[in-house]
Design a protein around this ligand. Structure first.
Ligand code: ADP
Ligand code: MG
Length: 581
């Protein structure tokens, strides 16, 4: 413990420090760098104090987006970002972001101002049971009992957010703490928590897992976003290549081993899941994204080997053949030791590889055919094909929407880990712009020159469209593509829309999925000084994207008009096919 000089003021003989300064100093002591928020009474002073201590503060337009941004920083850097919000409604708006972070297992700290303690139960301004409200959405939720207790509560929050399964934590700061001053000497700052301890799996379980893998006839590795968070790219890539095992990334597991890798079977996803006899899960839960691990999407007797840091996750929905409790990077190295000791490779000429390769070939041919269609308005595949052609290999791809995200994921490639951010485990729409802002900041500080391309459905864009102003204010050169089909899932074209309104009012006849046709979303960007493009042809799309990529000084938005009734190519299974025990 030590006393922070920078937060102290000389006030006569006795130096004093305010609650706001203590919060900022305690965050700095825990090595927290990024704060996103929407200020107002009573948290303005906290933001100012954080800024004056050298933390990066980004003011956003809605608490939800601020919270999404803070959580993405946690995923991208391994250190939680902070979302700073006002009392009552401010905190309530942030709950969506907290829930999303917790569901994604991403670290996050939310700091909420709250009404004065002396007015509790009196109907104070924006009074709300905030600590209680956050419990459902967090791993830890607490209010320090005094200003002196703030540093230790912030240390607990930061530590809880990154130890074990990462998640969201909440710290409540009553309004009367913010400007209240205490003797600087009475505040002791808790030292920065140690990095999360690395735990390894039981040796006998590792041995059993290696033996199950060796005996597999149709093996498959699934790489999830837990492996991305664990920064296990090097060890997993070695395992994949050394044993020549087919692998399938989950949406945000993409890029840990590059998408274009010859052992990637992403283009035969359904087939690979359905026919594999042994599946190793590296940080991916058997939830809806992986169809619960159940038939008809899997063999009834498929052997799962689960690698996870969270013991409660092991055996969820399916009884695994082997469980490896521990850090993915450490456990993968344990597996590698087994295969170093007794080398083994899955035969590249097996029937399994033949089945997978055939399926990949036919799926790729189908997508290619759809992408080459010349008719206007464009379809999804044509749009993504042209985007993919210009996408820098190291860029961040942020994506959300229904078809926009699902189809985009199959076409847009990731070559590096943690370069894809999307609606995630919670299927949250509205995350895109907040994530893009976080990625752009992290890129600016840690990998200058890497771009952020944010591919949004028109509906998804609407949830947080005003964050375009935030991008312009901070000069973040994000490229937003709005893939515009005039609706949620599908929409109407202008003629059909007008025809419909001839008879009755829109509230009576407009299908709930329709949005206003031909909306000029690019003008939201130009309104704040960014660049905007309205494109209807492949040539216009190519040219505008070229211009956006060439400009590293400001954000841009390309509004891409597509066929309002465009859909996905036929699937073997619908994404949400029901599974049965
Ligand atoms: P996906 O959406 O890619 O399928 P999930 O979010 O469902 O991935 O699963 C991620 C899993 O990774 C979670 O169960 C989480 O507990 C686990 N996890 C997170 N960090 C680590 C780590 N360092 N080591 C092992 N498992 C981890
Ligand atoms: Mg749409």
């Amino acid at each position: 413990m030590w006393e922070a000089d920078s937060a102290q003021r000389r006030d006569g003989a006795e130096r004093k420090v305010s609650g706001a300064q203590v919060v900022a100093e305690a965050l700095k002591a825990q090595d927290v760098q990024y704060v996103f928020g929407v200020v107002g009474i009573p948290v303005i002073e906290i933001a100012v104090a954080a800024q004056s201590l050298g933390l990066t503060y980004l003011g956003m337009r809605n608490e939800q987006a601020a919270c999404y941004a803070a959580s993405a920083v946690g995923y991208l850097t391994g250190r939680p970002g902070v979302c700073l919000v006002v009392s009552g409604p401010g905190l309530l708006h942030a709950l969506g972001g907290m829930a999303n972070a917790n569901m994604n297992c991403w670290p996050l700290i939310v700091i909420g101002g709250s009404s004065e303690r002396s007015q509790e139960t009196m109907g104070a301004f924006q009074e709300f049971p905030q600590v209680e409200a956050c419990r459902l959405y967090s791993k830890f939720s607490a209010r320090p009992s005094s200003i002196e207790a703030i540093p230790s509560i912030i240390e607990k929050a930061v530590r809880s957010s990154i130890y074990g399964r990462p998640g969201a934590c909440y710290v409540d700061i009553p309004a009367d703490f913010v400007n209240l001053e205490v003797k600087a000497t009475s505040v002791k700052y808790t030292e920065c928590c140690l990095p999360p301890p690395v735990c390894m799996a039981e040796t006998s379980a590792v041995h059993r897992a290696a033996s199950v893998i060796r005996n597999a006839k149709q093996p498959l590795l699934i790489i999830g976003k837990g492996a991305a968070y664990a920064r296990a790219e090097e060890s997993i890539r070695r395992l994949v290549e050394q044993c020549r095992l087919p692998f399938l990334p989950t949406p945000m597991g993409k890029g840990l081993v590059p998408d274009g890798h010859p052992l990637c079977v992403g283009a035969a996803r359904s087939r690979a899941l359905q026919l594999a006899d042994v599946i190793v899960l590296f940080g991916a839960r058997l939830n809806w994204i992986l169809h619960f691990g159940l038939p008809p999407r899997y063999q009834p007797d498929v052997k799962f080997i689960q690698v996870d840091i969270c013991a409660e996750e092991l055996g969820n929905n399916v009884k695994p053949a082997v469980t490896l409790l521990g850090d993915i990077n450490a456990v993968t190295k344990q597996l590698l030791e087994e295969f170093d000791e007794t080398p083994w490779q899955y035969p590249p000429e097996s029937k399994w590889w033949k089945t997978l390769r055939e399926k990949m070939k036919s799926n790729e041919a189908l997508s290619k055919e759809l992408a080459s269609q010349k008719s206007l308005p464009m379809n999804y595949y044509t749009v993504f094909h042209h985007v993919q052609e210009q996408l820098p290999r190291d860029c961040f791809v942020v994506s959300e929407g229904a078809n926009t995200m699902d189809i985009g994921r199959t076409v847009l490639q990731n070559h590096l880990p943690r370069r894809r951010l999307d609606a995630g485990t919670f299927g949250t729409m509205g995350v895109g712009l907040g994530f893009a802002i976080a990625a752009a900041l992290v890129a600016k500080d840690r990998s200058p020159g890497q771009r952020v391309v944010c591919v949004e459905g028109d509906s998804a864009f609407g949830f947080s469209g005003m964050e375009v102003e935030t991008m312009c204010r901070y000069n973040l050169p994000i490229i937003i593509l709005v893939v515009n089909n005039n609706g949620i899932y599908q929409g109407f074209d202008t003629d059909a829309w007008k025809e419909m309104l001839k008879f009755r009012d829109a509230t009576a006849v407009a299908p709930p999925m329709c949005l206003l046709p031909n909306s000029h979303y690019e003008q939201v960007m130009t309104a704040f000084g960014g660049k905007g493009y309205f494109v209807q042809t492949p040539e216009e799309l190519q040219e505008s994207l070229r211009q956006c990529l060439a400009d590293t000084t400001k954000p841009s938005l390309i509004n891409v008009m597509i066929e309002p009734q465009a859909t996905r190519k036929a699937q073997d299974f619908h994404w949400l096919t029901s599974s049965k025990m």
